[in-house]
Design a protein around this ligand. Structure first.
Ligand code: PLP
Length: 512
């Protein structure tokens, strides 16, 4: 199958277009302003007489440009998005309606506290839900994302060690299967990272953890474990992990980004966890994937609560107020401030709206359905693909590339061919402990029909690869997308972030 060429470069009604700068019509404008009245120039000869480099465009051209750009952005609103470890689920429109209520949308963080009592109550009520759902006594609401929540947790841990004169604890233990943000956070916090291997089941190797704690226990500050982990498996031995970590004088950080699999079913406070961030934008349905805003409230155990960052909301007989200053009053031991203002307020509104609409019974059903959907994918796909670990799984399932052995086709080729099938590819080559991984998280909001269509496409590709002779076709996928295979390494390492006008007479700079 070759890609048909068209004179325009357009395909069907998918239009090719240059950058906005390449569409420049000098003098064109989207507004029709009356001529300026004559005023005396007070710039003393400094007036700019050259063009300032903004493209000239009419209103319909501007509208079409941005509308087309928005359509190039694949999203959960356009189709199935099985990206593992991301919880790309439907975001109920009710949440958006609530976040846009003028009382919430127009509130300003500098308003006097007496005028924002309702907003502070909303933050406090959201915090109450998070504490109740995790069985933890405290929560820091200000972190702006999951990774920021990890930083919050580790900074609380660091402050707690320093308060006990244990600043010598400089090591953080992280399993091999950890999300990349875990070791990155520990490093940013000034810790050195020691990796703990996984056992053959894809879970933390308890014996290896024990050995690491015996080797350097008095220098270990914390252990960070994702649960359910990025192999889609529940870490069954968390209580033993907590006991071992506490016996060594360290703290237990749990990465709670995968909370969607357990919400309403497990109180992580019962596992002995000291700190865990919750990605409100994943579990509690705020649109994400384009870089934010999200929110990563971090629940804290009694041992860490006093070190929580400012600001935080306090509620007493006088009503709601905000503790702003570390080192004073209720924030006496706070490690300080990690973000301007009070946190991602709009995300809190969406999260609370979602929790209230779902109710505790609805949240419990959502996690159950998320796990059921992942197991359905795993069961159907296991007929042709090779699961990396024996099931059942939690909210996501992971396959390795043994099913492609000898075919010449790789995980990457399968992912690219899925684009031609109209499916956003799953997470690839992660977790790193799985060879040629395909990690898929369907979430609870996809119907059986959608899952079946996805499975049918993937089974078709797996059979085609195994039948042989299709290697060249796979290597040239995607055939039907506006762009084919891009040099992703070059794009990451040498991004072209600035458009420069082509030299007179030269061909315009490639828009890819
Ligand atoms: C998404 C995710 C994170 C990071 O969350 P951000 O909000 O993207 O910073 C951390 N750990 C795991 C397991 C995740 O899936």
């Amino acid at each position: 199958m070759t890609k048909p060429t068209t004179a325009s470069g357009n395909r069907g009604l998918q239009l090719e277009q240059g950058l906005i700068f390449e569409q420049d019509t000098p003098g064109a404008t989207a507004v029709d302003l009356p001529a300026l009245p004559h005023t005396r120039d007070r710039l003393g000869g400094m007036k700019n007489t050259k063009r300032i480099g903004l493209p000239g465009m009419s209103e319909p051209e501007v509208v079409r440009h941005y509308t087309r750009l928005s359509q190039k952005n694949y999203s959960i609103d356009s189709g199935f998005y099985p990206l593992g470890s991301c919880t790309m689920k439907h975001n109920p429109r009710l949440n958006e309606k609530m976040a846009r209520l003028p009382g919430f949308a127009d509130v300003h963080p500098f308003q006097p506290v007496s005028t924002i009592q309702g907003a502070l109550e909303l933050i406090d009520t959201t915090a109450h839900w998070l504490k109740a759902l995790t069985g933890m006594p405290a929560v820091a609401m200000s972190p702006a994302a999951g990774a920021h929540g990890e930083l919050c947790g580790l900074m609380c841990i660091k402050a707690a060690h320093i308060a006990k004169n244990q600043g010598n604890r400089t090591i953080v233990l992280v399993p091999e299967s950890a999300h990349g943000t875990n070791p990155a956070t520990a490093a940013l916090c000034g810790y050195s990272v020691e990796s703990i291997p996984a056992n053959s089941e894809g879970r933390v190797d308890l014996a290896a953890l024990k050995a690491a704690l015996e080797r350097s226990g008095s220098n270990v500050a914390a252990v960070m474990i994702t649960n359910p982990n990025t192999c889609g498996l529940f870490e069954r031995e968390c209580i033993q992990v907590a006991d071992m970590v506490h016996a060594a004088g360290a703290y237990f950080y749990m990465d709670g980004a995968n909370f969607n699999a357990i919400v309403g079913r497990l109180r992580i406070g019962d596992l002995g966890v000291d700190a865990m961030h919750i990605n409100l934008h994943k579990t509690f349905s705020t649109p994400h994937g384009g870089g934010g805003p999200g929110a990563g409230p971090t629940v804290l155990s009694a041992a860490l609560a006093a070190f929580a960052p400012v600001p935080f909301v306090v509620h007493d007989a006088q009503g709601y107020s905000v503790e702003e200053q570390a080192g004073f009053g209720a924030a006496k031991d706070s490690f300080g401030r990690m973000k301007g203002y009070h946190g991602q307020f709009g995300v809190f509104v969406r999260a609370l709206s979602y929790m209230l609409a779902m109710g505790s019974d609805g949240l419990k059903q959502a996690s159950g359905d998320a796990v059921l959907n992942a197991n359905y994918l795993m069961a159907r796909l296991s007929t042709e693909l090779t699961p990396a670990f024996p099931g059942p799984c939690m909210h996501e399932c992971v396959f390795d590339d043994r099913f492609l052995k000898g075919t010449g086709v790789t995980t990457l080729d399968i992912a690219k061919a899925l684009i031609d099938e109209g499916v956003h590819p799953p997470t690839m080559y992660f977790p790193l402990v799985v060879h040629g991984a395909l990690l898929m998280e369907p979430t609870e909001t996809e119907s059986k029909a959608t899952l079946d269509q996805f499975v049918d496409s993937l089974l078709h590709l797996a059979r085609k690869a195994k039948a042989g002779g299709a290697e060249a076709e796979f290597k040239s996928a995607p055939q039907l997308s506006p762009r084919r295979r891009l040099d992703e390494t070059k794009a990451a390492r040498k991004p072209v972030l600035r458009w420069t006008p082509p030299a007179a007479g030269a061909a315009s700079q490639a828009a890819e």
